[in-house]
Design a protein around this ligand. Structure first.
Ligand code: SAM
Length: 219
């Protein structure tokens, strides 16, 4: 993975938190109806989603290393989403955007059915406590949402450091009629501080946690 001159620690000191990062960041309420990708990105390149993109390390690296692919980050925490968008704005990168909001609402109301090549869900929060369980992304309903937006032949990639949650994710995906499991990507030993898939991947790996990787094809 490439080294970035942009640090992973951008601060959000903007005077106008609604408009200053447009079109790199917008909220779900700024977007009306279903997104027309050619209008949104200004080209007809394939579109990939980074669901729960956090501060956008994966998004930034993917956008810079794959200029012929459009990447849209979805992030519930506006502050984190704006951090990711700020990095894209600094480099004026045309193929990366972030929408702030609940990914489940965005998937259901803003994304054209079968219009996405890949959906990436990296280090989703496991929310173990029963009272928080409804915040968890991976459920039967979420798998249906993924199946609705990903094209046949497209892929879903999900990594986590929580083994039990990985079993939940793999159980849901492996048993869903719309997906077939693929061999997971090989792990590698990171060579430097930016040589991780995501910020959370770095934080957890440096704390000694393992990484569980899953990949599925939309049939
Ligand atoms: C543990 S962090 C991982 C962030 C990033 N993917 C990474 O690996 O560094 C999980 C992220 O998912 C976001 N998230 C949780 N629920 C979400 C939802 N329903 N819609 C969009 N983002 C969500 C959180 O705000 C948080 O930024």
């Amino acid at each position: 993975m490439m080294t970035s001159a942009v640090t992973d620690d951008e601060t959000d000191d903007s005077p106008d938190p609604r408009r200053d990062l447009f079109p790199y960041f917008r909220t779900v309420t700024d977007v009306s109806g279903v997104i027309e990708w050619t209008e949104f990105f200004g080209n007809d390149h394939p579109v990939e989603l980074d669901i729960g993109c956090g501060r956008g390390m994966y998004l930034f690296n993917a956008v810079t290393t794959q200029p012929d692919v459009n990447f849209l980050g979805l992030e519930l925490d506006y502050k984190e989403g704006r951090r990711g968008a700020r990095r894209l704005q600094k480099r004026q990168l045309p193929n990366g955007r972030v929408i702030g909001g609940d990914a489940r609402e965005i998937l259901q109301k803003r994304i054209q059915p079968h219009s996405v090549s890949k959906a990436h869900v990296y280090f989703p929060d496991p929310w173990w406590k029963r009272k928080h369980r409804k915040r968890r992304l991976f459920t039967d309903e979420f798998v249906v949402m993924l199946a609705n937006v990903v094209k046949p032949g497209g892929e879903v990639h999900s990594w986590t450091d929580v083994e039990d949650y990985f079993h939940v994710i793999a159980g849901l995906m492996n048993h869903a009629e719309w997906f077939t499991p693929l061999a997971p990507p090989e792990g590698h030993t990171p060579q430097h501080d930016m040589d991780y898939l995501t910020s959370f991947h770095r934080r957890r790996t440096q704390a000694g946690a393992p990484t569980f990787r899953g990949r599925w094809r939309r049939v």
